[in-house]
Design a protein around this ligand. Sequence first.
Ligand SMILES: *[C@@H]1O[C@H](CO)[C@@H](O)[C@H](O)[C@H]1NC(C)=O
Ligand SMILES: *[C@@H]1O[C@H](CO)[C@@H](O)[C@H](O)[C@H]1NC(C)=O
Ligand SMILES: *[C@@H]1O[C@H](CO)[C@@H](O)[C@H](O)[C@H]1NC(C)=O
Length: 173
Amino acid sequence: MLRYAVFATLLSAALACEAFPNNTATTYNWWQCYDSHIKYYKTTPEDSTGKLEYPIALTKPLLVVADIDNSGKDYSSLTLSIRLWEWGGFLGCQWNEINTFGLLSNLDACTHGVPCPIKTGRQTLTLTIDFSKFQAIIGLLKNDAPYQIEITLKDNNSSDKTCVMAQARALTH
Ligand SMILES: *[C@@H]1O[C@H](CO)[C@@H](O)[C@H](O)[C@H]1NC(C)=O
Ligand SMILES: *[C@@H]1O[C@H](CO)[C@@H](O)[C@H](O)[C@H]1NC(C)=O
Ligand SMILES: *[C@@H]1O[C@H](CO)[C@@H](O)[C@H](O)[C@H]1NC(C)=O
């Protein structure tokens, strides 16, 4: 009886999970994680022709076009780290971090899609996030599902850090 009740609870939790939380079926969500010298006014996922891309495709380079204001310094030595979450799970409807085995952490930002230097002032910054090198991970992920992505840039020479979080419907193969 107890076993049945536990199973029924898990099942109803799974069934109650929205397929695309926070309007991700049709909407790209993003926000700045915390205050930093780089302030973000807007970020937009675009395809290589400059059109809004939605759902985003993780099978080819993704352009994230960001309207930013850099009140810090010219950053020419930066470390890029990316974290990924998938939606759902047996513990209820929540974002669960995907283990990327460190492959997406502590990358040299300037050779991984960040146009360096990031100069001071208001500007359009186009980040090229190329997950195609990481198809071993991406290819295992559920296709046409919601994902949460955190992009952090850290200055190698100071404690300056900046971070953007996004939630998007994504194609993985
Ligand atoms: C939903 O998206 C908005 C941005 O569009 C964000 O501020 C909010 O934190 C998100 N909510 C959840 C529960 O992730
Ligand atoms: C900054 O640090 C990252 C991670 O340690 C490293 O890969 C990169 O080469 C560094 N950049 C420079 C310009 O030294
Ligand atoms: C930052 O680090 C780079 C490479 O490690 C170095 O060439 C540059 O002089 C450093 N800049 C400052 C302000 O320390």
